[in-house]
Design a protein around this ligand. Structure first.
Ligand SMILES: C[S@@+](CC[C@H](N)C(=O)[O-])C[C@H]1O[C@@H](n2cnc3c(N)ncnc32)[C@H](O)[C@@H]1O
Length: 197
């Protein structure tokens, strides 16, 4: 099963499973987003659980591979200047430096090639721009046997469980890590802020 197909099945249940558990962490993460006007990309925007917590001034583009997830995001946009785009976060349909900031919430560890995804984010975010990441990552050398055992199935239906953020970041030298804090699950989920050099 592809992620596109599996998230079509997950879409009607996603909010019930994820909203409450992630609300506080996503609010903390989004507080790091610059509030001034500009263009902000939400990569893998899903059902739009971030939208109620976004500052009102910027123009937002929410990209997702999956139409049933995106459809649920639109009603959450309220008065925001929000456009939805169906596309692949590993091959972004945008020009260089098109965005002032990007939000990567629960997408970097979902896509098959997180290094490709972060590389694309580096291409479309302007120098000096902010990227905020909220996701689950392993530390280098962390055994995490259960997660590694579950990974072959999990990566096909919902998310990879074996992504080491430091390994991904090492492939994209355009980013400097400014902040990195534990969020949920004893530090399995982290809030990370990057600056585009
Ligand atoms: C775990 S959900 C996260 C949704 C949202 N960002 C959130 O924080 O609730 C992962 C999302 O990534 C989308 N997705 C999976 N692979 C993708 C890809 N290659 N490009 C863009 N979106 C993708 C899925 O359709 C799904 O909406």
């Amino acid at each position: 099963m592809s992620l596109k197909a599996s998230y079509s099945v997950i879409a009607p249940f996603y909010d019930a499973a994820v909203e409450r558990a992630t609300r506080a962490a996503r609010q903390r993460s989004l507080a790091a987003l610059p509030g001034e006007a500009g263009r902000v990309l939400l990569a893998g925007v899903g059902t739009g659980l971030d939208l109620p917590y976004l500052p009102p001034a910027p123009r937002y583009v929410g990209l997702d591979l999956n139409r049933p997830m995106l459809r649920r995001a639109l009603p959450r946009a309220g008065n925001l200047d929000f456009a939805s785009v169906q596309g692949d976060a590993q091959h972004l349909p945008f020009t260089e430096a098109a965005f002032d900031a990007a939000v990567l919430h629960l997408i970097l560890a979902v896509v098959p090639q997180p290094d490709r995804c972060l590389g694309e984010i580096a291409r479309v975010v302007r120098p000096g721009g902010t990227v905020i990441v909220f996701d689950k990552f392993l530390r280098r050398g962390q055994p995490a046997l259960l997660r590694r055992l579950a990974n072959p199935l999990a990566r096909r239906v919902a998310s990879r469980l074996d992504v080491v953020f430091e390994d991904v970041l090492a492939t994209v030298p355009q980013f400097a890590r400014e902040d990195d804090q534990p969020a949920l699950g004893g530090g399995w989920f982290r809030l990370i802020r990057l600056r585009r050099r």
